[in-house]
Write a protein that binds this ligand. Structure first.
Ligand SMILES: *[C@@H]1O[C@H](CO)[C@@H](O)[C@H](O)[C@H]1NC(C)=O
Ligand SMILES: *[C@@H]1O[C@H](CO)[C@@H](O)[C@H](O)[C@H]1NC(C)=O
Ligand SMILES: *[C@@H]1O[C@H](CO)[C@@H](O)[C@H](O)[C@H]1NC(C)=O
Ligand SMILES: *[C@@H]1O[C@H](CO)[C@@H](O)[C@H](O)[C@H]1NC(C)=O
Ligand SMILES: *[C@@H]1O[C@H](CO)[C@@H](O)[C@H](O)[C@H]1NC(C)=O
Length: 439
């Protein structure tokens, strides 16, 4: 007997329900086990990240930088931003509180500006000591909304007095898979600052980076974070709390420098760890980087070395002249110290304390050891600063360093009285790096 029309329909219906259920369970299992982005499956697909090694080629064009500024601070910060921003190459925006009417036409040497969105809807949750905290915290959300195309891998956030070495930033971020949740930065040099805020926080002035999916998640949750933390001091502190609450912890990169310091940071920059130099901050609060120049000239001077080979900048190299018992400590593109004694790298890697902290309530003061500045002939270096750079025959880069001032100490007698007083200039040859020829 043929199936009746009704029976056929009900049979088909059952088949569809069973198939549908099967399909649903399969899809559910697939997403449950294979998708670690389960909270956001309805957002933009992440399939573009499934290439085999999708992040090793990360370069400057994959970064979007958000700079928090204001129309008032703009004038004093403009030269710092111009020192590192590469027009039409670096991507990003500077966020202002009000229209920059006094500063128009807007210079093409600067990042394009945006006026921060109105934050009055948060008024009930604004008990912050600092006025612009909510506006500045929202820079992450606003750069995400402004540029979230397929080619964005990282969002980098900074203050308007942050100096970046952007190619190095891209290079360092290329170590990390941008399709995963990453929060990359560095706490302060000072124990006081980290105690006050957090040892697990990326300090905002040093700058920090959020991978694409983390920025997306933060943008989605920012309202909640701003309401959960209505009294925090800084935008970086709110951001850190927000990211921690999302289950992501800080990845440290030693090249980010908050510089919660005063006086002369030459001691720090002359003993930089073997990690790409990524940022400098608070340069208005410390002495000029080069004693013979003002602050802005100093930054532009350092950038001359950076433009030739950013990857070498501030990297410390130590070598010995055994006939004289001398030790050379070179911070490429910045300084050279000559010691009239043989001093091992384990000591030279410790910065000379030429600087002081912004606060000294707790002990120890710094996150690292320091060496006291000494008058002992065998411990006090002859100091030379970066003077010029040129390409020489044989595809080499030659950096020249000249003495900053006479040492005015007798020779180190333990080393055999070999004075270096007569040295006035040092030339350093380094092979050119191919991956830096783009600039
Ligand atoms: C950056 O990498 C992309 C490939 O991912 C490439 O198309 C682009 O030309 C590179 N840009 C620069 C400035 O190197
Ligand atoms: C950047 O590109 C625009 C056109 O795309 C051009 O008008 C401008 O001069 C460029 N700026 C610089 C500094 O190269
Ligand atoms: C080093 O010597 C100078 C003068 O000779 C003196 O003013 C200074 O206090 C000394 N510094 C230290 C750390 O002993
Ligand atoms: C180097 O210093 C050591 C002691 O530190 C000494 O014995 C040696 O003679 C010195 N060498 C020269 C060439 O002065
Ligand atoms: C170095 O000079 C000091 C003082 O001038 C002297 O006492 C000492 O013997 C000398 N040392 C050497 C190894 O020449």
């Amino acid at each position: 007997m043929p199936l009746s029309y009704n029976k056929l329909l009900s049979w088909l219906f059952n088949l569809i329900v069973i198939l549908g259920l099967f399909l649903y369970i399969t899809i559910y299992i697939f997403f449950f086990f294979f998708n670690n982005d389960s909270c956001c499956t309805t957002q933009k697909p992440l399939s573009r990240y499934t290439k085999l090694t999708p992040y090793l080629d990360t370069n400057i064009s994959h970064l979007v930088i958000g700079i928090a500024s204001s129309s008032n601070s703009w004038t004093s910060r403009k030269p710092y931003i111009e020192s590192w921003w590469i027009p039409n190459v670096t991507r990003g925006f500077i966020f202002l509180d009000t229209a920059p009417d006094k500063h128009l036409p807007w210079p093409s040497s600067m990042p394009p500006y945006r006026i921060s969105e109105d934050t009055s809807r948060y008024n009930a949750f604004n008990m912050h000591k600092v006025r612009h905290v909510i506006r500045i915290t929202r820079v992450v959300e606003e750069i995400y909304n402004a540029e979230s195309g397929d080619d964005v891998r990282w969002y980098v956030v900074a203050d308007d007095d942050t100096i970046f070495f952007v190619n190095n930033v891209a290079k360092v971020l290329s170590k990390y898979d941008h399709s995963k949740y990453f929060y990359v930065g560095m706490p302060s040099e000072c124990i006081d600052s980290n105690t006050l805020f957090s040892f697990n926080m990326a300090f905002g002035g040093a700058g920090y980076a959020l991978s694409y999916p983390l920025a997306r998640l933060v943008a989605k949750n920012l309202d909640l974070c701003l309401k959960r933390y209505p009294t925090m001091y800084g935008s970086d502190q709110i951001m850190h709390s927000c990211i921690a609450d999302l289950g992501v912890s800080l990845t440290l990169e030693k090249g980010f420098h908050q510089i919660d310091l005063h006086r002369d940071i030459a001691g720090l920059l002359s003993a930089h760890p073997q990690s790409l130099a990524l940022s400098l901050h608070h340069l208005d609060a410390v002495d000029s980087l080069f004693p013979s120049m003002n602050r802005i000239e100093s930054v532009n001077h350092l950038m001359k070395a950076a433009k030739s080979d950013e990857s070498r900048l501030l990297q410390q190299t130590i070598c010995y002249e055994m006939h004289e018992n001398w030790t050379f400590s070179i911070s490429w593109g910045y300084s050279i110290h000559i010691y009239e004694a043989i001093i091992p790298p384990s000591i030279l890697q410790v910065p000379l304390e030429t600087f002081s902290p912004i606060s000294r309530m707790l002990w120890p003061i710094y996150m690292f050891q320091t060496r006291r500045v000494s008058n002992n002939s065998c411990e006090a270096p002859h100091v030379f600063f970066f003077h010029s750079i040129e390409k020489t025959a044989g595809n080499n880069l030659e950096t020249v360093y000249i003495r900053s001032s006479p040492r005015r100490l007798p020779a180190c007698s333990l080393g055999g009285n070999h004075s270096a007083d007569h040295i006035s200039e040092i030339r350093v040859l380094a092979p050119m790096r191919r991956d830096n020829e783009v600039r």
